[in-house]
Design a protein around this ligand. Structure first.
Ligand SMILES: Cc1cc2nc3c(=O)[nH]c(=O)nc-3n(C[C@H](O)[C@H](O)[C@H](O)COP(=O)(O)OP(=O)(O)OC[C@H]3O[C@@H](n4cnc5c(N)ncnc54)[C@H](O)[C@@H]3O)c2cc1C
Length: 327
C-alpha cells in the first residue's frame, strides 16, 4: 500500500505547495512503513520531476491525455482513482489550492473516502485511524478530526509545513488513464497566465498588502518598493480589488485568497474580520495604520501607528540598508 500525492508544476518548476504535500505524504508513508507515489501532468519538464524525488516520492507517474490537459477536475478524479487502484493507495494527499479543492471531493465521492480539507499539521496515525488538525471558523479556531474510513483524502493548507529536500531519487514512469467513459461537459477556451513580476501570492513567505488607506492606485509604488526590497509578494483588501485599484488575484480574505506567509505587512487596512479570515494564519503580522483603534492592532504582532506615506518609504530604506550591510 502506498500514499498517493497529486502535484503540479508552474513555469517548468514543481510548485512550492506540491513540494509541501509531497513532504507531508512522505511523513505519513514513513509512519505507515510504506512509500509515496506522486502524480503530475505529463507536460512537466523531466528535470523538474527529480524535485519530487528529493521531496520524498519514491515513484513519479506522469499523466498525458488531452482530456486532462486542460486541468479538468472530473477527468483527474477518474485518473487518480485508477492510479489509486493500480498502486493500492488508500491515502491520497492534495494541496488545499484551487485544483486540490476541485478534485479531492470528486475523488472522495468516487472512492467512498473520508475527507479532511485544509489540514495544517501532519496527522497522527494510530492503526487505521488518522487524527488530523485543521483550521475552522475562518481560521479563528482549530478542529481535530479522527478519520475512521479505510480510504482517506487530505488537502493541506499551503505554507503549513516547511519544505525539506534530500538527495533521494524517484523512479519515473508514465500512466495512461482510461478516459473512454469520460464525456467533457466543460470546454476550456483559453488559459490566461497572471502577469506577475514577484513571487506568486499563495507561495510567498513574505507579503506586503495595501488597503483603502492607500487612497489611490497611483500610490501603490510605495507598497511595491517595500515588497521589492523584501523579495515579497503584494496583496490587497477586497474594496481595493473591487475598485479595480489592484487585480482580483491579489485580494486576500474570506472571499479572496487565504494565505499563511511567515510575514504579513498590512498597510492602510482596517483589519475587518472578513480580511483577517484570510491572513490570520500568518506567522507574524505587522500593521501600519494612522488609527490606533483600528481592529488590526488587536491581531498584530507588531504595530506602527503612523501615516503609511511617511512610514513605508522609511521602512523600505531601512530594509535596503540592512540588506546592503549583509553583503
Ligand atoms: C461577506 C463579506 C465578505 C468580505 N470579504 C472580504 C475579504 O475577503 N477581504 C477583505 O479585505 N474584505 C472583505 N470584506 C470587506 C471587509 O468587511 C472590509 O470592508 C474591508 O476589509 C475593509 O478594507 P480596508 O481595510 O482596505 O478599508 P477601510 O475599512 O476603509 O480601512 C482603511 C484603513 O486605512 C487606514 N488609513 C487611512 N489612511 C491611512 C494612512 N495614510 N496611513 C495608514 N493607514 C491609513 C484607516 O485608519 C483604516 O483603518 C468582506 C465583507 C463582506 C460583507
Amino acid at each position: 500500500m502506498s500514499v498517493l500525492v497529486y502535484t503540479e508544476s508552474n513555469n517548468g518548476k514543481i510548485r512550492k505547495d506540491s513540494l509541501e504535500v509531497t513532504n507531508y505524504a512522505a511523513a505519513i508513508a514513513n509512519a505507515m512503513g510504506t512509500s509515496v507515489v506522486a502524480v503530475i501532468d505529463g507536460n512537466t519538464p523531466q528535470e523538474a520531476l527529480a524535485q519530487l524525488g528529493k521531496a520524498g516520492a519514491k515513484k513519479v507517474l506522469t499523466v498525458s491525455d488531452e482530456k486532462i490537459g486542460a486541468g479538468i477536475a472530473r477527468a483527474w478524479a477518474i485518473t487518480l482513482e485508477q492510479i489509486a487502484n493500480a498502486e493500492s493507495c488508500e491515502v491520497i494527499i492534495f494541496s488545499h489550492n484551487l485544483p486540490g479543492r476541485d478534485i479531492a471531493p470528486r475523488l472522495a465521492a468516487r472512492m467512498k473516502a473520508g475527507v479532511v480539507a485544509g489540514a495544517v499539521e501532519i496527522p497522527k496515525t494510530d492503526g487505521g485511524k488518522f487524527t488530523v488538525r485543521k483550521t475552522s471558523y475562518s481560521g479563528k479556531a482549530t478542529a481535530v478530526y479522527t478519520m475512521n474510513s479505510a480510504k482517506k483524502i487530505i488537502t493541506v493548507l499551503p505554507n503549513s509545513i516547511p519544505v525539506k529536500l534530500t538527495d533521494s531519487t524517484a523512479e519515473i514512469s508514465s500512466f495512461k488513464p482510461d478516459l473512454s467513459s469520460f464525456t467533457n461537459r466543460v470546454t476550456v477556451k483559453e488559459v490566461k497566465k497572471e502577469s506577475s513580476t514577484t513571487v506568486p501570492l499563495p507561495e510567498a513567505d513574505l507579503v506586503v498588502s495595501g488597503g483603502r488607506g492607500m487612497k489611490d492606485p497611483k500610490n501603490w509604488g510605495i507598497i511595491e518598493d517595500l515588497a521589492k526590497a523584501l523579495g515579497a509578494a503584494t496583496a490587497c483588501s477586497r474594496p481595493v480589488a473591487d475598485m479595480n485599484w489592484r487585480p482580483h488575484h491579489e485580494h486576500v480574505g474570506q472571499t479572496g485568497l487565504a494565505i499563511r506567509p511567515n510575514l504579513y505587512i498590512a498597510i492602510g487596512i482596517s483589519g475587518a474580520i472578513q480580511h483577517l479570515a484570510g491572513v490570520n494564519g500568518s506567522k507574524t503580522m505587522v500593521v501600519i495604520n494612522t488609527d490606533k483603534e483600528a481592529p488590526f492592532f488587536k491581531a498584530a504582532d507588531y504595530g506602527v501607528v503612523g501615516d503609511a506615506f511617511e512610514v513605508v518609504p522609511r521602512l523600505t530604506e531601512a530594509v535596503k540598508k540592512f540588506k546592503a550591510a549583509q553583503h
